[in-house]
Design a protein around this ligand. Sequence first.
Ligand SMILES: Nc1ncnc2c1ncn2[C@@H]1O[C@H](COP(=O)(O)OP(=O)(O)OP(=O)(O)O)[C@@H](O)[C@H]1O
Length: 343
Amino acid sequence: MIVIDSLTKVFRTKKKQITAVDNINLSIAEGEIFGVIGYSGAGKSTFIRLLNRLEEPSGGSISIGEKEITKLSSKELRIARQDIGMVFQHFNLLWSRTVRENIAFPLEVAGVKAEERKRRVEELIGLVGLAGREDAYPSELSGGQKQRVGIARALANNPKVLLCDEATSALDPETTNSILDLLVRINKELGLTIVLITHEMQVIQKICNRVAVMEAGRVVELGDVLDVFSHPKQPITKKFIEQALGFEDEEDGLSSIVDSYKTGKVLRLHFVGEMANDALISRIAKDFNVEISIIQGKISQTQRGAYGTLVIHMNGEQSEEERALSYIKETKAAKVEVLRNAE
Ligand SMILES: Nc1ncnc2c1ncn2[C@@H]1O[C@H](COP(=O)(O)OP(=O)(O)OP(=O)(O)O)[C@@H](O)[C@H]1O
């Protein structure tokens, strides 16, 4: 759906020049939810704004569907943009217009007739869950409701691609979740391709299929979300994952807990994808004469399955513990690490 080739953007100011986007090459498939993550200044906003030419590239090309966006005249671009909806962090609503009138606005611009416009607006209001708020003004809405208007407006002309520029960054965690659920639903129901930028790994984890990690204008890591989460390569990616899972804090307390066990084994189990759904713990407890207690655990869901770790204490006869350990290794239900092996 989207092919990006050698995309570069250089800002030139009087004093210096900044390469905000530095030779990015990417292909994004139809129907995919693709996330770009990076810290402030990494070039994410510039990147997403280049996709619909809110920013003009300094070099490289972008194709969306059949169209090479970077070659279009300004008139052609205006038409092509109807296929590319955009959702903004600060909503960008028209404050003197009601919800209904805000959603109708892009339809008016596209020259849609009044009757069809009315029908489409009602349909969109239902789709984004704003029934009952049609006549409210933006100032009367919560942040989540404002973003629902922003999403409805972006979808008005049936775009093929939806660009989300930090769409949930101004929202509290609960509202963020409801907006992310809405994005997943419209992705599935409408088959829409979604490209989003964020600085929050939780957003990537919850809804994206693939992720690109950006640093200093470059894509430094790219892959399936579950693969990147389970085998991050770059230090920056590891930092983002720690931020999402909160590992750092937990490691602190863990070593003293592990040391406090004077018998049995302390194991760390790493689950990925399908494996995490296995009822491994209950099977060990049932089939082996060992007692299991869970010390610490963190299992997270992504769009392609779960991943995470579980730290357990296993206590029993030495030989029975060894049998259970071999069993875990053989089933490949989880990768296992022995943190403590006490007699
Ligand atoms: N119009 C501009 N003129 C000059 N420099 C710019 C302009 N827009 C962005 N930059 C610079 O380009 C770099 C990337 O900025 P960009 O806003 O794309 O990053 P970001 O990852 O989206 O960060 P943030 O989340 O803080 O917006 C920064 O160094 C920024 O200062």
